[in-house]
Design a protein around this ligand. Sequence first.
Ligand code: AGP
Length: 593
Amino acid sequence: MCGIVGYSGKQNSSKIVLEGLKTLEYRGYDSWGIAVQDKNQIKIFKEIGEIKTKLSMLPLPKTSCAIGHTRWATHGGVTMTNAHPHISTTKDFILAQNGIVENYTPLKNMLKKKNYKFKTQTDTEVIVRLIEQQTNKEDTFRDSVRGAFNMLEGRNTIIVLNSKQKENIIAVKNGSPLVLGIGKDELFLASDALAFTRYTKDVVFFDNLDLIEIKGNKFKIYDSRTGKEKKYKITKLNSKVEEVSKGKYDHFMLKEILEQKDTISKAVNYKLEEIKPLIEEMKKSNRIYITGAGTAGFASGQIAYFLRSISKVDILDIRPYDFTSYLPILKKDDLVIAVSQSGETADTIEVLEYAQEIGSTIACIVNVEGSTIHRMSEFKYLIHAGPEICVASTKVFTSQCVFGYLLAKSMVGEYTEAREEVESMSSELGEYFSEKTFEHIKGLVKKIRGRNHFFILGKDQNAYIALEGALKIKEISYKHFEGFSAGELKHGVIALIDKGTPVFTIISDDMCSKDLLSATEEVRARGAYTVGVGSSKFKGEECFDYFLPVVKGKGLSSIANVIPFQLLSYFLAVSLGNSVDKPRNLAKSVTVK
Ligand code: AGP
């Protein structure tokens, strides 16, 4: 949540920062701002909402040093006053934050007593005033920033532009991500390397509490607690530099949905020898946990399902924000598998930090190389889905699930079969993504778009697919879609069904199909408008008013079943005129708790 960019070098700094912010806009789009160092002054430009202003219209001088911020509001409404970066009273420095100052109330009260004035409702302004307070006490500006930072509680990463020293940026990382890019005579700082990978792939990742000071094209890293200089390692990013553009599509979401034809194959592009170390670790672990939030949580659930049902692995699937009661029983010889797109989700990282402290082994299934979760893990599996920009996750979900399927099948000696199944699903998807399919789904959109409450029934292999299908639609259509296990129906939920209520049933050709057909009959008998989603074998069943056939997908049929919901979500949101890629109130990377 929130994106930070900094630049010092030979190019026009506002151009680089603007480009970087545009790339990081998925992290928050409530407001944005850029500050440039112009001789001994700071010039600022801020705007509410998405980045619409082009570089040519930006009223900022061409300079060599700038910082920027794109905001997802935590403290204080979406206003120009609350938009970052925030300037100091004397205009000597300007600061932006990604995170939350958990102790901002006592700090603010303390500062107010000392007559410091506040103009915004943000927690970030507290950091600005704290630095002002420290400048009267410390010798160097770096020590003032350090002194202020050490008073903060919570996960917060800050970036500060100092006007008094030429091309001087200071940043401190704690919890929220930050990476340094080293180009030729230029340096970049960003919450995600994607902001600058078109210029350099040489990066430095930081530990929590690292302080980075840039002066021109030189930098040094310090321990923010002790102030001592630290050594660092330059890493070359392996991932192909992917141009983040919508191409011929109106929205990233549709582009990313259609990419699944290829991304599922890339996710399983591992040799058996590369998967074996994790299998061995799973075998010797005392207990295995798998965790992830939101869509990644549903992917964890689906992976756990594959591991239990295919390879008889005893695995506990726990959401990271619900982990508290498991912490006392987590042991050194346990394995925690984290599932995440960004690798930066605060709730998930917190569980891993605890696991690290007690010495449990950590494995991950993530999309972003070099992300915090990726670096914290001993067993690292990248799913290589490429940048996922739409806030609503699509291709990463299916990639994580197919990787889980490969893992489960490899454990029982069916590695080759799993790879073949993924390949065959990939070619089936090539045909499935057609105008015919889109028109059929749009036909359903016309029938249901006026309704506000919807239900999705799934069971067994499709239980998590029902939850993920519902989340996808909620996120961008803002309609109340509820997914649940068909088994729950008669225990209460059926009371919500009345005339015309759309009820979706996910049906695979498996031992649950009879139960699902009966459940559909039961809701239909109470007036529901029933939609079947799944194997075409059930297309002609009378209990369905509408049917969305899905590719066969063999053992992967459950994963394939999520795709019609992704498309339905997309076409429904488009028909409602909603912001598809940047839905209200959300951000792609949830780096605060
Ligand atoms: C997905 O559509 C979501 N916007 C959200 O639930 C997301 O999956 C969740 O925040 C976890 O993110 P991560 O995969 O980056 O850890």
